[in-house]
Write a protein that binds this ligand. Structure first.
Ligand code: SF4
Length: 97
């Protein structure tokens, strides 16, 4: 539920969603986030198999590392990671509990 006083959403109301086919694991979103929401992680075998054909090729070239949303409850929806990503792989999405 958005905060009524300043109309900003409460932390975790919106969370980043990573398009794993688009993410190249370059990582500018990691230091860009002021709240430590994101980390670089190696894809699991199952995650890798779910990628598109081109997503698998890109992932092999870039060492299988991808941005991961490790602490979604800390997200303040500032949008900094969205603009920091050169691949436009991040969107802010409302996650329902
Ligand atoms: S929207 Fe802001 S707080 Fe949320 S993950 Fe991106 S940079 Fe961090």
């Amino acid at each position: 539920m958005p905060h009524q006083k300043d109309c900003k959403p409460e932390p975790g109301f919106l969370q980043p969603a990573i398009d794993l086919n688009a993410c190249e694991g370059k990582g500018p979103c990691i230091p860009a986030c002021p709240y430590g929401v994101l980390e670089l992680k190696l894809l699991t075998g199952g995650e890798f198999r779910q990628l598109s054909f081109f997503g698998r090729i890109k992932t092999r070239v870039h060492g299988r590392e991808k941005a991961a949303v490790s602490f979604p409850e800390k997200c303040h929806a500032c949008g900094t990671c969205v603009t920091a990503c050169p691949e436009k792989a991040i969107t802010l999405t409302r996650f329902l509990p």
